[in-house]
Write a protein of this length. Structure first.
Lengths: 291, 255
């Protein structure tokens, strides 16, 4: 939903939104029947597994299952780490989004390189991310070695490693959501603020940030859900120590081999969180996330 | 006029016209794509200058360069003895009335007008300082509305009050009538002329309408394809138009 940007300098016309195409044309609204059938199958692919999960869930024993020590431990660990990871992503991601939005004026090569770097964790298998983090922060890794020799700190297989893995995979979600909001905000409001005596920091604090607040909120929620569901990078980089690095998804996966009912209960819990997040986002924020 | 408690005398709009204000000296060269826009002029306080020209002549770029919103390729901008061309916009003390006003959509009318004062002090002090400006511009009844709830004329009033409440030395108006409906233009033009006169400082107006120039400015500078082609009063232009554009523009005037 980027508005057309004029290449003229000056304070002339602002971005004008293109008029929406005429909606609801009856012919264009009709689908050919094969398309409708396949779309129905696609919908079933998405919805049926979740429906099965809900139907097969051990509803009678649910409270007992969720009150288990191992479950509560994973629950607390997951929510704590995902919250800390979201906070880290907010601190890191908002300035990164500002850089990304400003990079629109850069030459092609550095602009694409920057965008690619931010996009990589989105398309990378999380396990690869976990291995990469081990290469950097593990005992033999350049930073890991430095940390161990200088401070005696080992990062992998700690709760800190869980947070780092979550930040790695969820940072792009926040960054792109905020960047989308920054791009659709009228940059001339920042210029107007400057003519009224606002310093760069004051412009950011009093104009830019409030204007992109919905995007920041939407990004933070997406970021939190992604962090909460993190599995591959976490198990590779942080392992599965009960109470230390065994988060909800890992606990659910491991329980599947010993106690399927507990695994299903955990899965149901994660599903519930996702549904709540989706309801909270609704249409109000989702359009801005489509960066 | 009832003086709001806490508003300093400097923030009182009625004192604005009495202060001696500096003149503006502008000699700007701006790059725009392949072309270059060059214009040099002086504007005395109380004698507004209209920069007039066809679309794309570079009028808005000249204003943006004076305000510091686009970089100057060469030249100088001075307010009185104060050279401002190396300063960022926030230190120039140049107020801008943007073409479509660019109000802050997340702030109420009151907080829009209080914005400049808010940058220098607390929210409470800024709101108190905004009060006489809201009163003067007939905005007290609208003070708690957001920009999306305003008509074009109301938005222009808010934008002007916001710019002048910052107590600028120089006021720049970028096509102030173009975002208004045709029916209200004549009234708003007269109202704007009153406020510009009361401001009393150096004022530059960009327009493509001789009617705006006649109502708001003392003299006219014609800018065509990035070059100044004529300068004088409207009468002087009418008596001896320097280019076919000037002739056509004056013949077609009257909107």
């Amino acid at each position: 939903m980027a508005a057309p940007v004029s290449d003229r300098p000056g304070i002339g016309r602002g971005p004008r939104r293109a008029r929406g195409a005429q909606r609801g044309s009856s012919v264009a609204g009709r689908l050919a029947w094969p398309v409708a059938v396949v779309a129905g199958i696609a919908l079933a692919v998405l919805v049926l597994p979740l429906a099965a999960l809900v139907v097969r869930a051990p509803w009678g024993d649910l409270t007992e299952l969720l009150a288990r020590e191992s479950v509560l431990q994973a629950l607390v660990l997951s929510f704590t780490t995902a919250t800390v990871a979201t906070a880290c992503c907010l601190v890191l991601g908002v300035p990164l989004a500002a850089l990304l939005a400003r990079a629109a004026d850069w030459p092609t090569l550095p602009r694409r390189a920057l965008r690619a770097a931010v996009t990589v964790p989105l398309v990378l298998p999380p396990v690869v991310g976990g291995i990469a983090l081990l290469m950097l922060l593990g005992r033999r890794g350049p930073i890991g070695q430095l940390l161990e020799e200088s401070f005696g700190v080992t990062v992998p297989f700690t709760t800190g490693a869980v947070v780092i893995a979550q930040v790695f995979v969820s940072l792009p979600f926040l960054t792109f959501a905020v960047e989308g909001a920054l791009r659709s905000a009228d940059r001339r409001t920042e210029l107007a603020a400057a003519t009224l005596g606002a310093s760069r920091w004051q412009v950011f604090r009093h104009v830019t940030l409030p204007l992109v607040a919905p995007g920041v909120a939407a990004g933070a929620v997406l970021c939190f859900t992604r962090a909460l569901g993190e599995f591959g990078a976490t198990i590779t980089f942080a392992g599965s120590l009960p109470g230390v690095t065994r988060t909800l998804p890992i606990a659910s996966y491991l329980a599947m081999q010993s106690d399927p009912d507990e695994a299903i209960a955990l899965a149901l819990l994660l599903l519930a969180v996702s549904v709540i997040v989706l309801l909270g986002l609704r249409d109000r924020w989702l359009p801005e996330v489509r960066a | 006029m009832t003086d709001a408690a806490g508003a300093s005398s400097a923030a009182d709009p009625s004192s604005a016209a009495t202060a001696t204000r500096p003149s503006l000296h502008a000699d700007v060269v701006v790059a725009r794509g392949e072309t270059r826009i060059a214009a040099a002029f002086d504007v005395a306080p109380g004698h507004p200058l209209a920069v007039i020209g066809p679309n794309g002549a570079g009028k808005s770029s000249v204003l943006a360069a004076i305000a510091g919103l686009v970089p100057l390729e060469s030249g100088r901008v001075a307010i009185g003895a104060r050279s401002v061309d190396r300063m960022p916009p926030e230190r120039r003390r140049i107020g801008v009335l943007f073409q479509d006003y660019v109000l802050f959509p997340h702030l109420t009318v009151r907080d829009n007008v209080a914005f400049a004062a808010r940058m220098r002090g607390s929210r409470a002090a800024a709101r108190a300082a905004a009060e006489p400006w809201l009163d003067r511009y007939g905005l007290l009844a609208l003070a708690d509305r957001f920009p999306a709830q305003l008509s074009g004329g109301q938005a222009q009033r808010v934008a002007l009050a916001r710019a002048l409440a910052a107590e600028p030395d120089v006021l720049l108006l970028d096509e102030p009538m173009s975002a208004l409906d045709v029916e209200v233009r004549a009234d708003m033009r007269a109202e704007l002329a009153t406020h510009v006169r009361e401001f009393g400082g150096a004022t530059v107006l960009v327009t493509h309408s001789p009617a705006d120039a006649a109502a708001l400015a003392d003299s006219v500078l014609v800018l065509e394809r990035g070059r100044v082609t004529q300068r004088g009063t409207l009468e002087e232009l009418r008596a001896s138009p320097a280019t076919p554009y000037v002739e056509r523009m004056l013949a077609a005037s009257g909107e």
